[in-house]
Ligand binder design. Structure first.
Ligand SMILES: C[S@@+](CC[C@H](N)C(=O)[O-])C[C@H]1O[C@@H](n2cnc3c(N)ncnc32)[C@H](O)[C@@H]1O
Length: 199
């Protein structure tokens, strides 16, 4: 489950119940007004619908990360003018440690990546985000609120956990129900925005 081959197999077998086949309304609304020069990352992007939408809106510095080779291949076939080197195909956690990625991003967009990683990696997730965001940069998106289970992915979580997770070195700016959640997730997720504190 915590391997590129597990996820790749899910794509190859069309076991992709999370896939919206289009951009996530809450994420697209969240970046409204962001300068087109902003550096934006979508980790665990899967087929990359949100990345495609941002790229087509003129966000030249949108970066994607997913270690399932079929997800990247499908994305680059669909969006042939997207720079392949802006789609990292390795383990996100290793990629986040690379020198060139430190303090690089204005915004990281979260959607069904946090719930996909093993819960014991959640501290690593928060640490990686703190490494790759610029001081004052924001981690934002949607997080599931169904109870944490060992039967994932998806693994659940709670508002209480997210408050803890995205406190120091972040300041949680908002967390609550999102009017833009897709109907099947309406009562199962919250929209949040956490700002990386300046040093
Ligand atoms: C549930 S899917 C969500 C895909 C996408 N965010 C969406 O909403 O359609 C989780 C994705 O995270 C990717 N992933 C999981 N762990 C990863 C890791 N350590 N590094 C890079 N990608 C990872 C998987 O390959 C998978 O595509």
């Amino acid at each position: 489950m915590d391997s590129a081959s597990y996820w790749d197999q899910r794509y190859l077998e069309n076991q992709t119940g999370w896939d919206l086949n289009g951009p996530t309304p809450a994420l697209q609304a969240a970046i409204e007004g962001l300068p087109k020069t902003a550096f934006i990352l979508i980790p665990g992007c899967g087929f990359g619908w949100d990345g495609e939408a941002l790229w087509k809106k003129g966000y030249a510095n949108v970066y994607l990360s997913d270690w399932a080779p079929s997800a990247k291949t499908a994305y680059l076939e669909r969006v042939p003018d997207f720079p392949p080197d802006q789609f990292s195909s390795g383990d996100f956690f290793e990629w986040a440690t690379l020198k060139e990625n430190q303090g690089k991003f204005d915004v990281v967009l979260e959607c069904t990546f946090y719930c996909a990683i093993p819960p014991q990696r959640r501290l690593d997730y928060a640490a990686a985000m703190a490494q790759i965001l610029k001081p004052g940069g924001r981690l934002m998106g949607v997080l599931f609120t169904f109870p944490l289970t060992e039967a994932g992915p998806p693994f659940g979580g709670s508002v209480e956990e997210y408050h803890d997770r995205f406190s120091t070195p972040f300041a949680l700016e908002s967390m609550g129900a999102s009017p833009l959640s897709i109907p099947p997730r309406a009562d199962k997720e919250v929209f949040f925005c956490a700002k990386l504190q300046s040093l």
